[in-house]
Design a protein around this ligand. Structure first.
Ligand SMILES: O=C([C@H](O)CO)[C@H](O)[C@H](O)COP(=O)(O)O
Length: 207
């Protein structure tokens, strides 16, 4: 299972510092949606130039104009971009067309999708590289939230998937046992006193 750091920071400077601290322990470096909105495509280029050996993931959460938005992010240096599962099939197909042209990939983020299992199968058929079983920061803040629903959806969908939704050192083993291809970790790394150590411990937990 691959480990992905989600950098939900707001400046390119902070992202480069964080990426430098954790890169040796992760496979995929994600520029979070707030970072891309705050700093633009230039942040993608900066991270890819600093870490050319890593898979750079731009969490665009595109809802429309899939081909156009994916194209500009791939040109900026992204290896993977996210399109929302709630988007129209044509939006996802457009992004897949751009990915094929650049020899890169589309990840479909199932945040907010009620029937994640059915939609996962549909978007995989449209050409998604994998789907993201995702509960966002606002959903995580609701009373009683836990990861199990995401893990169950991943197990049932039988397509390649990542899991994002407050994954931490205690739960990353469950993510691996559920058969995820990628564990996405944001706050448990970037809010840690020592992000490098947090990433190292997460990596060791899934080795
Ligand atoms: O995608 C994310 C969220 O929508 C804010 O951009 C997070 O990066 C993702 O949820 C992973 O972060 P944690 O949930 O803090 O692990």
């Amino acid at each position: 299972m691959k480990l992905q750091v989600a950098m939900d920071v707001l400046t390119t400077e902070a992202a480069l510092t964080l990426a430098g601290q954790v890169a040796e322990f992760v496979d995929i470096i994600e520029l979070g949606t707030p970072l891309v909105k705050s700093e633009g495509l230039a942040a993608i280029t900066a991270v890819k130039e600093a870490h050319p050996d890593k898979i750079v993931f731009a969490d665009l959460k595109t809802m429309d104009a899939g081909e156009l938005e994916a194209d500009i992010a791939f040109k900026a240096g992204a290896d993977l971009v996210t399109i929302l599962g709630a988007a129209d099939d044509s939006t996802i197909a457009g992004a897949v067309k751009a990915a094929t042209a650049h020899n890169k990939g589309v990840v479909v983020d199932l945040i907010g999708v009620a029937d994640k299992v059915t939609r996962a199968k549909e978007v995989r058929a449209l050409g998604a590289k994998f789907v993201e079983m995702h509960a966002g920061l606002d959903e995580q803040a609701q009373p009683g939230y836990d990861l199990n629903g995401l893990l169950s959806s991943g197990e049932q969908a039988r397509v390649p998937f990542s899991v994002a939704g407050g994954v931490n050192l205690k739960t990353i083993g469950d993510v691996q046992r559920a058969g995820a291809d990628v564990a996405v970790v944001g706050g448990s790394i970037y809010s840690a006193d020592d992000p490098g150590l947090a990433a190292k411990q997460l990596r060791a937990a899934i080795a």
